[in-house]
Design a protein around this ligand. Structure first.
Ligand code: SAH
Length: 348
C-alpha cells in the first residue's frame, strides 16, 4: 500500500447499505452495490480491475476515490509448514496489529485482534504493556480474515476474537464485523464457528444476551473467587464475580449454547488443588465448558506451573460435571501464544 492509497477510504468493512450510499454518491444504480458486495466478500478481489462486470471508466473512478483493503500485510512469522503463523498488519493510520493462524488436525483457527493495545491491564498479559491505542474498525477486523485466508493453505474453519484487545470494549464494531463475516451473501462464515472472548464486561454480556447473538461466548475467568481474580485482573473490582456470574446466567438462559470459561494456570496464583475445587463449586450446575490455559511466559514475574502441577489441577477438574479441555498454546516460540501479542516496535 503506498501513501496515495493510504488516504483513500477502504471498502472492506462496509455493509450493503453503506456500499449503496457510495454507489449513489458515484451516481451509480443500487444493483452496483450488490455486485460490489459480491466482489469484496465472495470473490475476495484485490483490485478494482478484477471487477469484470463494471465498465472500465467506473473501475477507474472507484480506484481514484477508494481502496479495497484497510490493512497492509507487513510480515508473516513462521512458514506454511508450521502449525502456527503470526501476521503483522499496518493500519492506514500507522498503528500495527497481529493475527495468529493455528492449524490443528482438521481445524484451522484464526485469532483476530479487536483493538490496538488494550485498556484492561490484566497483569499477566503482554498486550497490556502496549496500553490502549484505539478501537479497530469493522473493516480492520474483517480484513484480518480476508488477508490471512489468502495466505492459509487450508480453509479457515474457526475464528476467535482472542487477539489483542477486549472485544466487548469495542462492542458495536466487533458485532458488526462478526455479522459481516457471517453474512450469507458474502463470506458466510458459520456463527457457531465464531467465538468472542471477553474479560467479563458485565453490561456488555447482558446486552449480548438480550440481543441473542449466535456467536459463541467465552469468558476469561482466571480465578476461582473474587479474591483470586483481583490478584491479576483489576477489572474484577469494577465487575465483581457475583455480578459477572449473574450476567453469564442471562446469556445461558437466552442461548442454546454453553459458555466457555478460560482459566489461565499461573504458578502459585491460580494453580492449587484448592483453586480447582473452588472452581468446581463455582461452576457446577451451569451449562459451561472450561478451557485451562497453561500460562505462556512473557518475561515478567509470572511462571507456568510444572507439568505435574498442571496435570494434578486438571485431574481434580476431571471430577467436575462440566467438560474440561487444556489449551497448550502453539507458537509460543514466535510469541504467538495466548496473551503474548504485543507490537512494541515503532516502525516495521
Ligand atoms: N480480552 C479478551 C480477549 C483476549 S483472549 C479476554 O480477556 O478474554 C486471550 C486469552 O488468553 C484470555 O483468556 C486471557 O486470559 C489469556 N491470556 C492472557 N495472557 C496470557 C498468557 N500470558 N498466557 C496464557 N494465557 C493468557
Amino acid at each position: 500500500m503506498n501513501s496515495e492509497t493510504n488516504s483513500k477510504q477502504a471498502l472492506i468493512g462496509l455493509n450493503q447499505t453503506k456500499l449503496e450510499r457510495i454507489c449513489s454518491h458515484l451516481k451509480e444504480p443500487s444493483f452496483r452495490a450488490e455486485q460490489l458486495f459480491t466482489w469484496l466478500y465472495k470473490s475476495h478481489v484485490n483490485s478494482f480491475h478484477e471487477m469484470r462486470n463494471f465498465p472500465n471508466e467506473l473501475r477507474q473512478r472507484f480506484g481514484e476515490q477508494y481502496c479495497i483493503h484497510p490493512l497492509e500485510l507487513i510480515r508473516v512469522t513462521g512458514s506454511t509448514a508450521e502449525p502456527t503463523r503470526k501476521f503483522l498488519f499496518g493500519l492506514q493510520t500507522g498503528e500495527k496489529i497481529e493475527s495468529v493462524l493455528m492449524k490443528d488436525g482438521d481445524r484451522t483457527t484464526l485469532c483476530v485482534s479487536s483493538q490496538v493495545g488494550c485498556a484492561v491491564d490484566c497483569k499477566f498479559c503482554a498486550t497490556a504493556s502496549m496500553g490502549f491505542q484505539k478501537n479497530l474498525s469493522v473493516g480492520e477486523i474483517v480484513d484480518q480474515f480476508l488477508q490471512v485466508s489468502k495466505e492459509s493453505p487450508s480453509a479457515i474453519t474457526n475464528i476467535v476474537f482472542m487477539g489483542m484487545g477486549e472485544p466487548f470494549l469495542n462492542y458495536d464494531r466487533v458485532i458488526a464485523a462478526a455479522d459481516l463475516l457471517n453474512n450469507e451473501n458474502g463470506i458466510k462464515f458459520g456463527a457457531q464457528r465464531i467465538t468472542i472472548s471477553t474479560v467479563g464486561i458485565v453490561p456488555k454480556i447482558i446486552r449480548y444476551a438480550e440481543e441473542k447473538h449466535r456467536y459463541k461466548l467465552a469468558v476469561s475467568l482466571n480465578g476461582s473467587s473474587q479474591e483470586s481474580r483481583l490478584k491479576t485482573m483489576p477489572i474484577a473490582k469494577k465487575y465483581p464475580l457475583p455480578e459477572l456470574m449473574n450476567a453469564i446466567n442471562s446469556y445461558t438462559l437466552n442461548s442454546r449454547h454453553p459458555v466457555t470459561f478460560e482459566y489461565v494456570l499461573i504458578e502459585g496464583i491460580t494453580d492449587s488443588v484448592a483453586d480447582a475445587e473452588k472452581l468446581i463449586k463455582l461452576l457446577s450446575g451451569r451449562r459451561c465448558k472450561v478451557n485451562v490455559i497453561p500460562y505462556n511466559e512473557i518475561g515478567g514475574d509470572y511462571r507456568r506451573p510444572t507439568k505435574e502441577v498442571i496435570e494434578t489441577f486438571v485431574a481434580v477438574l476431571n471430577n467436575a460435571p462440566f467438560p474440561v479441555t487444556i489449551r497448550w498454546s502453539k507458537g509460543t516460540d514466535i510469541s504467538a501464544g495466548c496473551g503474548q501479542l504485543a507490537v512494541l516496535e515503532k516502525t516495521a
